[in-house]
Design a protein around this ligand. Structure first.
Ligand code: XUL
Length: 535
């Protein structure tokens, strides 16, 4: 089908919180062109900070939807200036920050279907939104709706069994419920609700794009095992919600239509260019990192986050399960803890004279397992346990008031990684002999810290030299959509293997030491959580 184009390229987009990014890849999966648009500096007329409008209540966070439309126009111009020949683009896909929602006004579909190539997109769409400001994932104003949704479903655990997560403020169900319950006129004038991802896809196909299964899993609305909307959840949020969401939810690698005539006429795209469902940035990252079954990707940044590919998911109260974008039989797990690099820095400042060199020396000179001592260092109340403060236990699990500096350092790093391991296991992660840990984020460059990561997971740690895995994952999914009948995703991405670098292997005694430490850690963590709940 694609024989019409020589030097084919596939285009990926990522509409994240602060920027819109795009890359084009060729048949060899090499990046041949890229461009980005920073919302604050490139579109200053919207007056966002970090791409966001934070409201006075300190809880509401939105982004102007027309800013995203303008950003698309700008990035297409930049791709052209950077040398991309649009007539070579075979297929397009993309990703978006998860959970955010866009409210299209009645009549918007007709506008999308008849876009005129001679006019700007943002002019034609200026009257198309029932809400000019889209709630995004940073919004935390919907606690009441969350508790109501959990009660409606018979409890948080049941909601997690159905949708993959207990109710979260940033997830779309509570956001939609808030609008339906408090802004009835906006809700009733809404023709369609898109996620940020399916909104961007809608612009490309000139019609409402279906929501994909992976990003759809971040809504508290999708039955992730049945792969259809949960009528119980829909019913709680608002009337006729299924019609507003579109009843069809599609796999992330499904072709959803040809490119709108608008882009063919205005930018010179090929008329046979196809568009693949857009997905969430986290699922797209999993695709970009080529995460295999039993692998775990760990991002060590301000927050410490893990993605896992899961064959047998176990929905839990402390993490998320999404449908897997690259393997329709599998799922993905996502866990995120708040006390990451800033906590490591605090311990470095207090125990190592603010020096990473001293921190690393002390870390390496202390035996694995820190003589059986376990510490919890929680500058912010954690996702689990929901407490803040420092808590130290000796090898008999008795609480103590302090550790020697070198023990404190090792206990801090070990405890952060044990937490990721335990909660990954809670979601169904099982280490196998082929398990790889892919480390990303700032601290992945620290070899001493990464050695502890390898030991705690008892698996080799790799780094991956691709700066933006979500946008790469999108471009790869655009290509994969037409190849999936004949090849597996992993075979298609074999060429990327050279980008993985083995950094360190676990020590031979790692399994023995950290299996028993993990067991003790789990019990102490539960004890802290029960204490916080006053049990
Ligand atoms: C994930 C989440 C964020 C956004 C950021 O649950 O809320 O990672 O997807 O773009």
């Amino acid at each position: 089908m694609d024989s019409f184009i020589e030097d084919k390229v596939w285009l990926g987009f990522d509409l994240s919180t602060q920027q819109l990014k795009s890359i084009a890849i060729n048949e060899n999966l090499e990046v041949v062109c890229e461009a980005s648009v920073q919302f604050d500096s490139d579109l200053p007329e919207f007056r966002t900070t970090g791409g966001v409008h934070r409201h006075e209540d300190n809880q509401t966070a939105t982004a102007p939807v027309l800013m995203w439309v303008k950003a698309l126009e700008l990035i297409l111009d930049r791709l052209r200036v950077n040398g991309l020949d649009f007539s070579q683009v075979v297929g397009i896909s993309g990703s978006g920050q998860q959970h955010g929602s866009v409210y299209w006004k009645r009549g918007a579909r007709a506008v999308l279907q008849s876009l005129q190539g001679g006019k700007f997109l943002h002019e034609q769409l200026s009257q198309c939104f029932a809400l000019g400001e889209s709630p995004i994932w940073m919004d935390s104003s919907t606690s009441r709706e969350c508790r109501q949704l959990e009660a409606h479903l018979g409890g948080a655990q049941h909601l997690a069994e159905v949708t993959g997560s207990r109710a979260y403020e940033r997830f779309t169900a509570s956001q939609i419920a808030k609008i339906a319950h408090t802004k009835a006129e906006v809700y009733s004038s809404t023709e369609r609700i898109s996620l940020v991802s399916s909104f961007l896809a809608s612009l490309f196909i000139g019609d409402y794009a279906p929501i994909d299964l992976s990003d759809g899993s971040g809504m508290n609305l999708l039955d992730i095992k049945e792969k259809r909307w949960s009528s119980e959840c829909l019913q709680f949020c608002g009337t006729e919600l299924e019609a507003k969401l579109g009843s069809e939810v599609v796999p992330s690698s499904q072709v959803i239509g040809p490119l709108s005539e608008y882009f063919v006429e205005r930018y010179g795209f090929h008329k046979d260019c196809y568009v693949v469902a857009f997905t969430g940035d986290n699922p797209a990252s999993l695709a970009g990192m080529c995460l295999g079954p039993n692998d775990v990707a760990i991002s060590l940044g301000t927050s410490d986050t893990a993605f896992l590919s899961l064959s047998t998911p176990k929905p839990a109260l402390d993490g998320h399960i999404f449908c897997n974008p690259i393997n329709e039989e599998h799922f993905m797990g996502l866990i995120c803890f708040k006390n990451g690099s800033l906590t490591r820095e605090r311990i470095r400042n207090t125990c190592a004279d603010a020096s990473w060199d001293i921190f690393n020396q002390l870390l390496e000179s202390t035996p694995r397992g820190a003589f059986g001592n376990i510490g919890f260092y929680l500058d912010l109340p954690e996702i689990y346990p929901v407490v803040s403060g420092d808590f130290r236990y000796n090898r008999f699990d008795n609480e103590v008031t302090s550790f020697a500096a070198e023990v404190e350092i090792r206990a801090c790093v070990e405890s952060q990684f044990l937490r990721l391991r335990i909660h990954a296991e809670n979601l169904g992660f099982k280490r196998s002999n082929s398990t790889r840990v892919l480390a990303t984020g700032g601290a992945s460059a620290n070899h001493s810290i990464i050695a502890v990561l390898a030991d705690v997971f008892n698996a080799p740690v790799y780094t991956y030299s691709i700066p933006n895995s979500a946008v790469l994952g999108s471009a790869l999914l655009a290509k994969y959509a037409k190849e999936k009948e004949t090849t597996s995703y992993y075979d298609m991405v074999l060429k990327l293997n050279a980008n993985f670098k083995l950094v360190t292997k676990p020590s031979p005694d790692a399994g023995e030491i950290y299996d028993s430490l993990a067991e003790r850690y789990r019990k102490l963590e539960d004890k802290l959580e029960s204490k916080a709940n006053g049990d």
